[in-house]
Ligand binder design. Structure first.
Ligand code: 5GP
Ligand code: SF4
Length: 443
């Protein structure tokens, strides 16, 4: 998912709308914005792409100088309209709305406890728990209640809260999911999942919201920072591999440069003789450029992508995914015919995409197809906000690399290893979560 918050700008909901456009890749199932004008909150949310959910007339009704927004893909909860965000509630202190990127690992526990005490839930989203925790807190002020509530939740959360007059932004102690702070061109502030949203609205990057930090936005004041948790960073390395947009800077580094470095590492540790390096667009592009530069093998566009089809992985059912891969990618026959090609993708999850691609390239006349993957085998599901399927569906959890190679029909297959991945990200392992590649879970 993606979150955004705009504070202190007369066109707040419009800026949130533009920001959500830039963050559309993080979720395509639903989109929503809540705004506040000091008296009331206004919310619009619906299934579908940002462009479909909002139009000029709708944005006009989202008045006020602060707004928060969300694009959703379902990790916890259902794929229904009720599960779109912002989550809005009226309670004893007034009105509030929340957007959340991440996944609470103790959500069921909290929910069961609340239900035993008579709480009624409208959705299956873990985010709804937070509303209840805030509404039920014994504290008098919203700030104290938010602090109280976030101390009871565990797991991954980059959150933005909106009240009638204030905005709050918070990251969990591990900083699993990104969240950055920027300055708007005409005053006011923006927080967003990725900095590509800043570029679109002309905001200047200030810094990341720190793991464990809560930022408070109040009229006429600089944002105030409170350290809620001692930070123990475990940033999601998969943000670099796949999830974030290449023009973003996440966790302090360029996503594009990091992906290119993964490609260079891959060329270094898994070389193969060939005529061309081609990417699986769009995810494999930066790593393929890196592979080509390191190996000296020419880079070509060997596969065409239809941009009017969304990301395949994000479609919830297998049937839809299958159909979508076909509609989405076509071979550039003149380029690959008779050639030995190295095809680069960022990850293999179920293996269905790679299998189709190899078959497609061979049918188009490639003499050899060598698959190279710019991340280690995906062997374990994510519990921190990325919708990787269960272990039984993860091909690398159930097959050896040789068996996968045979399954996808490639002449060779090789992955990046963990040490090289960490080298590309320029870090020691301690700062990053790598659980979907290693099974080393943090919480
Ligand atoms: P598969 O067919 O193996 O399940 O899908 C792998 C493809 O899905 C890769 O091309 C990868 O870029 C893409 N993909 C899209 N979304 C995700 C995601 O959330 N996780 C992973 N690992 N791959 C994804
Ligand atoms: Fe990211 Fe993988 Fe960790 Fe999930 S398990 S937070 S996708 S690195």
């Amino acid at each position: 998912c993606a979150v955004v918050g705009i504070y202190g700008h007369k066109e707040a909901s419009r800026l949130a709308y533009f920001a959500l456009h830039a963050l559309q890749h993080r979720g395509q199932e639903a989109a929503g914005i809540s705004s506040a004008d000091g008296e009331k909150l206004y919310t619009i949310k619906k299934r579908g792409l940002v462009m479909r959910v909002f139009d000029e007339a709708k944005l006009k009704t989202l008045s006020g100088s602060s707004a928060i927004g969300h694009t959703r893909y379902s990790t916890a909860g259902n794929d229904s309209i009720l599960d779109a965000q912002p989550v809005f509630a009226r309670y004893d202190l007034g009105e509030m709305a929340i957007v959340h990127n991440g996944n609470l690992t103790n959500a069921d526990e909290i929910r069961n406890r609340l239900i035993e005490k008579g709480a009624i839930f409208q959705t299956f989203m873990d985010t709804e728990n937070l509303i209840h925790l805030i509404a039920k807190s014994e504290q008098k002020k919203l700030l104290a209640r938010i602090i109280d509530a976030v101390q009871r939740i565990e797991g991954a959360f980059s959150l933005v809260f909106l009240s009638r007059t204030k905005m709050f932004a918070m990251r969990d102690r591990h900083g699993f999911r990104p969240l950055s702070l920027g300055l708007l061109p005409n005053g006011g502030y923006i927080v967003a999942s990725e900095t590509c949203a800043f570029d679109l609205v002309g905001a200047e990057f200030i810094r990341d919201v720190e793991p464990g930090e809560l930022l408070i936005f109040e009229e006429g004041k600089e944002p105030k920072s409170i350290k809620i948790f001692e930070p123990t960073p475990k940033h999601c390395i998969f943000e670099y591999v796949y999830f974030s947009r290449p023009d973003s800077k996440v966790f302090g580094q360029s996503v594009y440069q990091t992906r290119k470095a993964m490609g260079r590492e891959l060329a270094h540790i898994k070389p193969v003789e060939a005529d061309l390096v081609i990417p699986v667009p769009d995810g494999g592009v930066p790593a393929a450029i890196g592979y080509s530069q390191e190996s000296g093998i020419p880079y070509e566009m060997g596969i065409m992508r239809n941009h009017y089809i969304g990301r395949t992985f994000i479609e919830p059912t297998q049937e839809m995914r299958d159909l979508k891969v076909k509609m989405k990618l076509s071979p550039m026959t003149d380029i690959i015919k008779g050639k030995r090609v190295i095809v680069i993708d960022d990850s293999i999850v179920r293996g269905t995409t790679s299998r189709r691609i190899v078959r497609m390239l061979k049918e188009a006349g490639a003499s050899e197809v060598h698959m190279r993957v710019s991340s280690p085998p995906t062997t374990d599901p994510c519990y921190y906000g990325v919708d990787t399927p269960n272990k039984d569906k993860l091909i690398a959890a159930n097959m050896s690399v040789d068996a996968i190679c045979e399954f996808i029909g490639a002449d060779s297959l090789a992955y990046l290893d963990e040490a090289s991945l960490l080298r590309s990200v320029n870090t020691n392992e301690d700062n990053y979560c790598t659980a979907c590649f290693t099974g080393k879970y943090i919480v």
